[in-house]
Ligand binder design. Structure first.
Ligand SMILES: Nc1ncnc2c1ncn2[C@@H]1O[C@H](COP(=O)(O)OP(=O)(O)O)[C@@H](O)[C@H]1O
Ligand SMILES: [Mg+2]
Length: 290
């Protein structure tokens, strides 16, 4: 890599960290061992959300939201625009503090007591709608950066990966269908491939829970189908919460049997198999009413 590219990569990384809220004293928390307890998933629950409300100037974006996601579960969440889906992810990841309610990761970790970087570090990965990969760096370099404990750019770029991290990197490259693109600059990838790379960067941290907000927006049909295959291959190893509008994609993910949650006006309107919630009169009204 040339010094110019390195400097550009460093600047982008700094901007990215800034955007993620990891600046100032918050950044100090990165890379250090957590002093909070370890999560406990012994009861089979990965995420527990109870009666969570969030208001913006009196408007309730979330209104006593309840949700339980099991360990290894793949849950799709649908709902019209403004239903509160993104706000829900903001609360889980520590970006927005709720007015009331409880949010637990496993049975022991109260997420409302933790700040955003700590929540990421403890095993909650979030994929935003827009991919935020470091474009001048190669695919492999992006993945390497993502798994370094020391997140300072210089140290991260020069540190050697451990054998286990190397193996994980190869595994992730295959999972995200980018084995043949490992040494290409990320900026040259298609939109869909960039999305996969970002998912790969999350996977390098081996998150227990992955939150994915409209992951196939802007993808081609073929990329969408491959993304569904990727998520299905992650099910069981990770819990996944997928917010999506594309019903064909949701249908592929749920395989006719998994639970879908319908959000409306900040709360759960219906929950069940996709075919059942799509036949639900209240759900139909909510969608047609827009
Ligand atoms: N920071 C904010 N300030 C004010 N209103 C907000 C803010 N974030 C979201 N909202 C409002 O909360 C509601 C839920 O938004 P959002 O969670 O983005 O819905 P969804 O992701 O389901 O489309 C919307 O009416 C939105 O305008
Ligand atoms: Mg949204």
């Amino acid at each position: 890599m040339t010094p110019e590219l390195m400097a550009e990569g460093a600047a982008r990384l700094a901007a990215y960290r800034e955007k993620q809220g990891a600046s100032g004293d918050r950044a100090a928390g990165f890379g250090r061992p957590l002093r909070i307890g370890e999560p406990d998933f012994g009861n089979g629950v990965a995420l527990y959300v109870e009666d969570v409300s969030v208001s913006f100037d009196g408007f309730k974006a979330l209104n006593r939201l309840n949700l339980t996601i099991d360990v290894g579960e793949l849950r799709c969440i649908i709902g019209p625009n403004g239903a509160g889906k993104t706000t829900m992810m903001d609360v889980i990841t520590g970006k927005t503090a709720p007015d009331e309610g409880r949010v637990f990761f496993g049975s022991t970790i109260d997420l409302l007591q933790l700040r955003e970087p700590q929540i990421a570090q403890i095993g909650v990965g979030r994929k935003f709608q827009k991919p935020t990969v470091y474009e001048p760096l190669t695919v492999v370099e992006n993945l390497e950066l993502a798994c370094k404990a020391d997140r300072r750019v210089r140290a991260a770029l020069f540190a050697k990966l451990s054998g286990a991290q190397r193996d994980r990197l190869d595994e992730v490259l295959a999972l995200i269908h980018l084995k043949d693109e490992g040494h290409r600059a990320a900026g040259l990838l298609s939109h869909g491939q960039k999305q996969w790379l970002e998912i790969g960067m999350l996977l390098m941290q081996d998150p227990k829970l992955l939150l994915l907000d409209e992951p196939v927006a802007g993808m081609t049909d073929e990329e969408t189908e491959r993304t569904a295959e990727l998520f299905l291959s992650l099910e069981g190893q990770h819990s996944l919460v997928v917010v999506e509008h594309d019903m064909k994609f949701v249908d592929q993910l749920t395989e006719g049997r998994k639970t879908v949650t319908v959000l409306h006006e900040g709360r759960v309107l219906a929950e069940g198999k996709l075919a059942d919630v799509q036949a639900n009169v209240q759900v139909i009204e909510v969608y047609l009413g827009r």
